[in-house]
Design a protein around this ligand. Structure first.
Ligand SMILES: NC(=O)c1ccc[n+]([C@@H]2O[C@H](COP(=O)([O-])OP(=O)(O)OC[C@H]3O[C@@H](n4cnc5c(N)ncnc54)[C@H](O)[C@@H]3O)[C@@H](O)[C@H]2O)c1
Length: 437
């Protein structure tokens, strides 16, 4: 059991802090956002993530997990400090490391014993070395420290399970001492025989970007296959299934849709391209995936336009705003560009999301007309577009839905509706890669 402080209590910091407490460590999750910490201290959970409340409650009750807005004291009391603050896209696509560096400065100032400083935030290769230099320069004591890289692979929507039962744990360490401590932090996973990849810091930092970029490429690849399938009467689901049966390919991340979004793939692919450029490496494949992804929003808009050639003054109902199901995260969600495109074409947009509507209004589109239920949203609509694969939307009653619409037009950008039913109830429909089967 180790004494841990996780700085940054967002999607990653909160889940991994609570998860490491569940492994038996003593954890303080610290954040400069006092309202978030107040909420956590009062038993609330600031984000939507299935299973997170139970995990947090269990560990708070057991006395292994606490929350603090006093980052300095939390640093001083900890032996292992995880940095889990945001690394958003900066100018030119590079990762913005301002928050990471601010935390490193706080740690330097409060280095009152040997500490491990571990980046859990996704940071470009070279960041570990940069933090080591910064802390060495700014520390006010002679205590030693080690910088470790421990990228996080959890997925929003299944983050708790992903953290507690990961496919692998990656540790970038430069000393035996740090490796020993980190193995103890993850002892529960070691004894479960979870694969551990222990490597140097630059390799660990690169593993995260390589993994995300590869998944982004897979998504863009299948989206382009879907776009051809649409034109030639092929079924992209059958294509993806048969491809996935080849063990060299694997079936995961071969689901077509409106393109990837969220707080990771868009910024991480751009940041990788930027890092490549800094080192004279031209990431042609990743760049193509980024371009195809941007275009996929237009592909969905073109499908909408096919069903509703003149949008001006017509009502379009958007079902699903989150970038994927089971999250309230709307950062870089495809819905943003698609709603913008519809409004540019003159459409009147209404939207529904079971969880993410509030965040969409709060962070991006304060004027968006959001409704409380699907039926309220689609009332007298001329076109419905499904953008998130929420279970609730998978189960839409298409017969009843049609009675509420002004025109039976649906773009199913997630391929979650039954084509047989769409045909049976007389819809004009488009989906992604199965529109003509
Ligand atoms: N969200 C994901 O699914 C996911 C998955 C894997 C990796 N990551 C990476 O993890 C990192 C965090 O992502 P997130 O989605 O959890 O971000 P987030 O925006 O949800 O949370 C970041 C938190 O850091 C806090 N913070 C910012 N500056 C701070 C400071 N100086 N001191 C203390 N707290 C500070 C913010 O208040 C916020 O609560 C990013 O690098 C991201 O790329 C995210």
């Amino acid at each position: 059991m180790r004494n841990i402080c996780v700085i940054g209590t967002g999607y990653v910091g909160l889940v991994s802090g609570a998860g490491m407490a569940d492994f038996g460590n003593s954890v303080v999750c610290a954040d400069i956002d006092k309202s978030k910490i107040d909420m956590l201290q009062a038993g609330g959970i600031p984000i939507y993530e299935p299973g997170l409340k139970e995990l947090v409650d269990r560990n708070v009750k057991a006395g292994r997990l606490a929350f603090s807005a006093d980052v300095e004291t939390s640093v001083r009391n900890a032996e292992v400090i995880f940095i889990a603050v945001g690394t958003p896209m900066g100018d030119n696509g590079e990762a913005d490391l301002k928050a990471v560096e601010a935390v490193a400065r706080t740690i330097a100032k409060n280095l009152n014993s040997y500490k491990i400083i571990c980046t859990k935030s996704t940071v470009p290769v070279g960041t570990g070395a940069r933090l080591e230099a910064l802390i060495t320069q700014e520390k006010e004591s002679d205590f030693e420290f080690d910088v470790v890289s421990n990228p996080e692979f959890l997925r929003e929507g299944s983050a708790v399970k992903d953290f507690l039962l990961p496919d692998r744990v990656v540790l970038g360490v430069n000393t035996e001492r740090a490796a020993d401590v980190m193995k103890q932090v993850y002892r529960s996973l070691f004894i479960n025989e979870t694969p551990m990849v222990i490597t140097n810091v630059p390799s660990s930092e690169m593993i995260k970007y390589a993994s995300n970029a590869f998944l982004a490429v897979k998504i863009s690849f299948i989206n382009e296959m879907a776009n051809l399938a649409d034109k030639v009467g092929a079924d992209v689901h059958t294509i993806a299934r048969a491809m996935g049966l080849d063990g060299r390919i694997s079936s995961k991340f071969l689901h077509p849709g409106p393109g990837y979004g969220g707080s990771c793939f868009p910024k991480d692919t751009e940041a990788l391209v930027y890092t490549g450029e800094q080192h004279g490496v031209d990431f042609k494949v990743v760049k193509a995936a980024i371009g195809a992804n941007k275009n996929q929003r237009n592909v969905i808009l073109a499908k909408a336009q096919e069903l509703l050639p003149d949008m001006s003054g017509n009502t379009v109902a958007i079902l699903g705003l989150a970038f994927k199901a089971n999250t309230d995260d709307v950062r870089d969600t495809p819905a943003l560009a698609i709603i913008q495109g519809l409004e540019d074409a003159g459409a009147v947009v209404r939207a529904y999301d079971p969880i993410a509507a509030e965040n969409m209004k709060k962070f991006f589109l304060p004027e968006l007309d959001t409704r409380q239920t699907v039926l309220e949203t689609v009332e007298d609509a001329d076109l419905v577009i499904i953008l998130t694969e929420w279970n609730e939307l998978r189960g839409l009653g298409l017969k009843e839905l049609k009675t509420h619409l002004r025109a039976p037009n649906i773009v199913d950008a997630r391929n979650i509706l039954s084509i047989d039913q769409l045909k049976e109830f007389g819809y004009n429909y488009r989906n992604v890669g199965r529109s003509n089967i």
